[in-house]
Every structure is written in C-alpha cells, then in structure tokens.
Design a protein around this ligand. Structure first.
Ligand code: FES
Length: 318
C-alpha cells in the first residue's frame, strides 16, 4: 500500500474530546484526490488507525480528519490528541473508499451519530457544492459535543442540516420511524455512528428502504460481529499451492504469516477492507463489518484478519 509523509498544518478543538487535524504533503506536493466516504490509515508511533476524510472531496492540497479521544483508546486517538503537534510529520496511506457516495441519487439522506459525522461532513459539503438534493440529520449529546457545529450552521445549510441533542432512545426511535417512513424512490441513505445508533437506524430503515439504497460505515467491529465459534480449519492457497491449519483462537492472517505469507492488513478488526482476499472454495464465516449482505451471500470474498471458515477447509486466491 502506498504511504505518504504528511505534515500537520493545523489542529483544532472541534468539540469536547474531538480534535481535527489538517494534513498536507510534507514536501509541498499535491495529495492524491479522494472521493466522499474515503478514509486514510494514520500511523502514529507505530499505531495504525483509520480515519475518514471530512473535507470536500476531489483534488486537494490537504486532508482533514477528526479524531474523538476514546477513553478506552488502544493508543491511536490518545496519541493523536496528546502527542501530535502542528508541524509534526506523520505517515499516512493513500485514501481508500468502502463507503462510496452515489452521486446520481435523486436525494441523499445522511444520518450521523456523534463522531460518525466525519465521512458525512465530506458528503454534505460535496453535495452542497454540486447543488444536489440532500439532508443531514446530526445526533449528539449537546452542542458542546457537536464537532463542526459552527461550520454546519452556515446560513446556506440551514434548510439541509438539522441538529438533535440528547435524544432519549425512545424519542430517537420514534423520530427515526417518522423520518424514514417516507422517502422518494431513488433516495439513498448513509449512516455512520456508534453501533447502537447504526443498529437502530438500520432496523428502522429496513421496513421501507431497499437494502441496496442503505449504506453504512462502522468505526470498529464489536464483540457481536467478532463473536462465534472458533474451531480450527484448513486453508489452502490456490496460487502458491501451500496449505496450513488455522487453530482455534488464531486468525487466517496469523496462520499464513507463520507460513511466510504476508496478507496486507491495517485495522486487523474487520473494518477497513485492506485484507480483502478472494475465496475459491469452501464457506466463509464472515466476522467483518465491511462486506454487504449480498457480498457475504456470494461467498467469494473474505476478510482473513477476523473471518473464519464454516467448512473444514477453505481455498483462497493467494
Ligand atoms: S485488516 Fe482491516 S479488514 Fe482486515
């Protein structure tokens, strides 16, 4: 994966526990262009995390990310908040996109919960610049917890952006039921936020929205998606002809590494899509949150950093 050195040009406190970082090429070059919904890997002191780009998509002299300091941070958000300063140089990947915006949608509804605003901010400002029909509904605990509140309160966005503060789960449920009940044919729904928020929106939308028009991005896998039986199975590699056993509690990526075969990885949590690998035979047991239901059903791809096999062996396109 291509890596780039970027310099931190600006850091802003956007809300309680949320800082944004503007990154520019360390050598002054133009950065690769990106589409709405893209993320980059950011390497801070050897810890690699994925962050959505939240500036207007397209060719750019900078990338902007926003990072929430997580109390149970495994290092990424804590290091960025505490140890990264203006003019520091970081290593980042080129942008990748698992959350593409359909620019031909008749209408786009964006639902953000908390820091889930980051990819949706890029979508909202890009759609605004293009004069497209969209609405952004942004759910947070309070104004003080609302990153980019000032930016999204621009008068020209007043009819398209709605803020909601401290909605109780029952109130949120009732509001979503009403909001999602009617929609134009051809409308697309994008959601990003904490897992309970995503589950609630998805369940509510399922009653009336075609699944192919609902798009979501998770920040992290949770115990629900990673849970499941851990029995051992065999992995065969079609191209190299090698094979190995994946033991209980071991990932396919780890088993292949012991065989001297390195699968490119980044998050190792089943959320970024970096390790995507073709499946030629056998039945995958998907534990990631990247593949859609259709892709899962097709059974021809797997995220080997977390997913396993239901069959006694699985053949990969490696
Ligand atoms: S490394 Fe991110 S999904 Fe596997």
């Amino acid at each position: 994966m291509s890596e780039m050195k970027v310099r931190v040009r600006e850091i802003r406190q956007e809300a309680i526990d949320v800082k944004s970082f503007v990154l520019v090429d360390a050598g002054g070059a133009t950065l690769p262009s990106f589409s709405c919904g893209s993320h980059i890997d950011v390497n801070v002191g050897g810890v690699v995390r994925q962050y959505s780009l939240c500036n207007v998509a397209g060719g750019s002299d900078h990338y902007r990310i926003a990072v929430k300091r997580e109390p149970e941070s495994r290092g990424g958000s804590r290091l960025l908040h505490d140890d990264v300063h203006v003019d520091d140089v970081l290593i980042v990947s080129a942008p990748r996109n698992n959350f593409e915006l359909d620019r031909d949608a008749g209408h786009t509804l964006l639902l953000a919960g908390g820091i889930g605003i980051t990819p949706l901010l890029s979508m909202a400002t890009t759609l605004k610049s293009a004069g497209a029909s969209f609405q952004l509904q942004y759910f947070t605990r309070s104004i003080a917890h609302t990153a980019f509140h000032e930016e999204l309160s621009r008068p020209d966005l007043a009819e398209q952006v709605t803020f909601h503060y401290a909605l109780e789960p029952s109130g949120l449920k009732a509001y979503l039921r009403k909001l999602l009940w009617h929609h134009d044919a051809g409308a697309h729904l994008y959601l990003c936020g904490p897992r309970p928020f995503m589950d609630l929106v998805q369940d509510t939308a399922a009653a009336t929205w075609p699944p192919e028009n609902v798009h979501l991005e998770y920040f992290a896998a949770d115990s629900q998606s990673l849970a499941g039986p851990q029995q051992a199975f065999d992995v065969r590699l079609a191209r190299s002809g090698k094979s190995c056993r994946v033991d209980e509690g071991q990932s396919i990526v780890q088993a292949l590494l012991a065989l001297g075969i390195e699968v490119p990885t980044s998050c190792e949590q089943g959320v970024c899509g970096t390790c995507l690998t073709g499946v030629l035979a056998g039945t995958p047991d998907h534990r990631d949150v990247v593949l859609s239901d259709e892709e899962r059903a097709a059974g021809d791809k797997i995220m080997p950093c977390v997913s396993r096999a239901r069959s006694s062996s699985i053949t990969l396109d490696l």
